[in-house]
Design a protein around this ligand. Structure first.
Ligand code: 5GP
Ligand code: ZN
Length: 112
């Protein structure tokens, strides 16, 4: 997926402020942070959105979510929010599965 922004970021072809990387997961600072901590955690393998996750992807998605929690813990965030917007109507603008890790300020519910 050469034309996918987050595939290119995960491959190091587009610069990002890397937070974490292993063979299957990549995490980086959001370019337009909406909270003091705003990290995007993604699978390196291209999956367009959460609705496209299929059988066999559970461990990968679990690793992404667990890594987000580990990053929050590293930053001393007892409270945080993990969000994945699925589809344009839900606010998704980059079509490569990503979880927003948001923290460091009070959060309201429900989100807009
Ligand atoms: P979405 O709107 O799809 O849920 O989230 C996409 C996120 O990607 C947004 O929060 C946006 O700020 C971030 N983003 C878009 N382009 C870039 C980029 O080139 N670099 C980084 N680090 N973040 C980006
Ligand atoms: Zn991609």
């Amino acid at each position: 997926m050469n034309d996918c922004l987050f595939c290119r970021i995960a491959a190091g072809k587009i610069p990002s402020k890397k937070v974490y990387e292993d063979e299957s997961v990549y995490a980086f600072e959001d370019i337009a942070p909406k909270a003091p901590t705003h990290v995007l955690v993604i699978p390196k393998r291209h999956i367009a959105r959460l609705a496209d996750v299929s059988a066999g992807d559970e461990a990968l998605i679990g690793a992404v979510a667990a890594r987000a929690a580990a990053i929050a813990k590293d930053r001393g965030l007892a409270d945080f929010r993990l969000v994945s917007n699925n589809g344009a109507g839900a606010g998704q603008s980059v079509f490569h599965v990503h979880f927003h890790l948001l923290g460091g300020r009070p959060m309201t519910w429900p989100p807009g």
